[in-house]
Design a binder for this molecule. Structure first.
Ligand SMILES: [Zn+2]
Length: 261
C-alpha cells in the first residue's frame, strides 16, 4: 500500500486567492499547497480521503481514473466541495461511487446537494454517489484495504480519523481523547493536522505543543504535518522540527514503512 499526499494546505491553500503567501517563500515549490486530501492505494484498490475543490487537478495529476470509495472526515467546505467533480469517474466506472462517512456528515451533504444521491428532473440528472454511513470506532474493508475509524474533536464538530493498518490520517482535529489515542496506538506513520502551529490557545486545529505530546506518547516512526497555513514556511518548519516529524508537501508519496519516495 502507498499513500499520496494530494494536498496538504489549509482551507484557503497557499498562496491563498489574491496571491497571498504569508510567511511562505514563493520560490520554494513545496510551499505551493492545495487543499488537504490523500489517496490510499493498494495494487487493486484506490481510496480518496476527502474531496476538495482541487480534486480534478489532484486526480488528473496522477492519471487516476478509478475510485473504490471516498472517505470523508467531516462536512466543512474545504473537505467536500469537490464531490461534484467525481461525476466522470462514476460514469466511466459505470457505477455509483460509495461515499463513507459519519451519518451526520452524509446527511448534511445530502441537504446541501441532494442531486448527488438522488435522480432529479425525471432522471435527466442522475445520481452518481451512494451514501455509506460508518460510525466511530468501526472497522470495515473496501477492496483489500482494512479501515478503522475513531472520533476526533474539531471543537465545532467531531471529525472521523481513519486508520489503515500501521498508517493513520488525522485532519481537522484540535484535541484527541484517550479513546482516540488508544485507537492510534502502534501507528508507525501518522499524518496529522497542524494548522494551529505555534499558537498557544488551540481553536479548531492542533498546535505543535499538542502534536509533540501525542507523538511522544504514540511514538510513530514518522509523523507528517498537514493542513499547513500560509504562516508555515516549508524550510522554516524543517529547521524547527525534530527529524521524525516533517512537513508534508503536495505530491509526497509515503509507503507503510514511513519512507518517503
Ligand atoms: Zn474543518
Amino acid at each position: 500500500m502507498k499513500v499520496t499526499v494530494l494536498g496538504c494546505g489549509s482551507s484557503l491553500g497557499t498562496p491563498s486567492a489574491g496571491g497571498f503567501w504569508g510567511k511562505c517563500d514563493p520560490d520554494e515549490p513545496k510551499n505551493r499547497r492545495t487543499r488537504a486530501s490523500i489517496l490510499v492505494q493498494s495494487e487493486t484498490t484506490n481510496l480518496l480521503i476527502d474531496a476538495t475543490v482541487d480534486v480534478r487537478t489532484h486526480l488528473n495529476g496522477i492519471s487516476l481514473k478509478k475510485l473504490d470509495g471516498v472517505l470523508l472526515t467531516h462536512d466543512h467546505s474545504d473537505h467536500v466541495n469537490g464531490l461534484d467533480d467525481l461525476r466522470p469517474i462514476a460514469y466511466h466506472g459505470n457505477n455509483l461511487i460509495d461515499v463513507y462517512s459519519h451519518n451526520e456528515t452524509l446527511e448534511e451533504i445530502d441537504r446541501r446537494w441532494p442531486y448527488l444521491f438522488r435522480p432529479k428532473a425525471n432522471g435527466i440528472y442522475v445520481e452518481f454517489l451512494r451514501k455509506r454511513p460508518v460510525g466511530y470506532d468501526e472497522e470495515f474493508r473496501i477492496g483489500d484495504i482494512d479501515i478503522a475509524t475513531f472520533e476526533q474533536d474539531h471543537t465545532t464538530c467531531s471529525t472521523l480519523g481513519f486508520r489503515f493498518g500501521d498508517f493513520a490520517y488525522s485532519v481537522d482535529v484540535a484535541n484527541l481523547s484517550d479513546a482516540a489515542l488508544a485507537a492510534l496506538e502502534g501507528v508507525e506513520t501518522w499524518i496529522i493536522d497542524s494548522a494551529a502551529y505555534q499558537k498557544e490557545a488551540v481553536g479548531t486545529h492542533a498546535n505543535f505543543q499538542r502534536i509533540f505530546e501525542w507523538t511522544e506518547r504514540l511514538k510513530p516512526k514518522m509523523t507528517y504535518l498537514t493542513v499547513l497555513t500560509t504562516h508555515m514556511d516549508y524550510k522554516t518548519l524543517c529547521d524547527e522540527l525534530p527529524p521524525h516529524i516533517r512537513p508534508a508537501y503536495d505530491g509526497m508519496v509515503v509507503d507503510m514503512e514511513g519512507n518517503r519516495r
